[in-house]
Design a protein. Sequence first.
Length: 58
Amino acid sequence: MGRTEIIMGNTEASAKGQLTRSQMGLKDNTLVWLVFILIALAIIGGTLIYLFGPSANA
């Protein structure tokens, strides 16, 4: 089944009929991006530690 959204009020958004991403039924990908960035930072940090860590000069 579909969703029905009603925008009421005297705001500019209601006058234009603008819906938020959630109201349009789009997913919130914030958590996915956060996990992706954390994994990338862990890989980059691990690589830097491996290359330039304390044992690199030995």
